[in-house]
Design a protein around this ligand. Sequence first.
Ligand code: NDP
Length: 448
Amino acid sequence: MNTQKLVNNFLQLVVKRNQNEPEFMQAVTEVAETVIPYIAKQDIYYGQNILLRMVEPERVISFRVAWIDDNEEIQVNRGYRIEMNSAIGPYKGGLRFHPDVNLSVLKFLAFEQIFKNGLTTLPMGGGKGGSDFDPKGRSDTEVMRFCQSFMTELFRHIGPNRDIPAGDIGVGSREIGYLFGQYKRLKNEFTGVLTGKGISWGGSLIRPEATGYGTVYFVEKMLETKGEGIKDKKVVISGSGNVAQYAAEKVVQLGGKVITLSDSSGYIYDEEGLNEEKLQRIFEIKNTQRERISKYLEYYPKASFHAGKTPWEVPCDIALPCATQNELNGKDAKMLLDNGCICVGEGANMPSTPDAVHLFLDKQILFAPGKASNAGGVAVSGLEMAQNSLRYNWTREEVDERLKSIMVDIHKSCQKYGTENSFTNYVKGANIAGFVKVADAMLAQGVV
Ligand code: NDP
């Protein structure tokens, strides 16, 4: 049978079982299109239905989260944990609190996480969870009450050798603190059940920075293959949360010029580029004041704010989408290419739509899919787990060195499986490399 037919048959089967889950099907389709042609040529995998097993979560947990807001009104949200695959280690993946959260979004994220975690070389399976709760505009005590109610159910399903959640959109150090506190109280034990913890209570240095820094380290490696570097490059970044902030910081440290950041209300454009002082101001606006990005103009009036728009219309050399899924579409991709962009590194998960990805690959620019380029976050979460087990903390430099070397290894794995006629298709490389790692473990463990 020709491979396109194999891909189509497989996707038909998966779509039948997962109706109304567009994000999940988008992630599965991208993997199927690259991995099935590979499987078809490998005797050990062919006929084992490994991908069919991978798209089926090992367990889906869905639960009610009832809590009382500051007006003493009862609120009800929905909580989830998707335990997707534990072939190479306990389930590992973040929690997202955002009104758009649903089963499709979390299954796409959990599926991507299998491959990403496989790429890190660390022993972590794939999982993801969260809630449709929106922390935006809520008081600290409301967020605390929500987190306590959420954990009062979740604690039964997680554990340091079973399932170790972390942060994601809407879940930062504040939320991890409240979640950890409630877990500790319910279980009466102090364990590394969550990552992204505060430094004084089991966290790892460089964990907050890891996803953004790792993305930029990966971009550096890609640029190196063309004899290029980040210095003096114009960099457009979307988002202004955890990933965007630290991607921006690393670019600035390496001499690049970051000219945009955004949030769901629009983007700011600062022609002069960010510097250390401006970055600190952004950290303050977003993390302490919990304000909108447009507030940047109150401090730097020469910058401009573009309401309701994404930053892809701004001419740049490098684009780093670091906000959310499907935030960069085919039209945006064309604009970037027309304006001379040579490299796109995904800090977010699946931020580029399929037509955008196809355009980048057709034009053979440097394009890194999130599961490769943003894997630094979960990698340092893995290092946090290792330090918790050792009951010992590594220095900032030690963790940063390990992060760099993991990103270099991921880059090599992508090259190994994705290079043909001197062009590296990082999408194909990342999917096949992640698949091979997990598939081999699944084969060894039998049909379970
Ligand atoms: P944060 O919550 O810290 O920041 C998210 C940012 O994205 C905010 O600026 C937010 O703006 C913006 N955003 C969210 N939803 C939308 C939307 N629908 N449209 C436009 N902008 C939006 O999250 P993170 O920085 O942690 O995560 C960003 C991305 O990186 C996600 O895709 C996440 O899955 C991925 N990721 C994160 C990792 C981590 O370690 N944190 C690890 C690997 C991947 P606003 O405040 O207006 O909502």
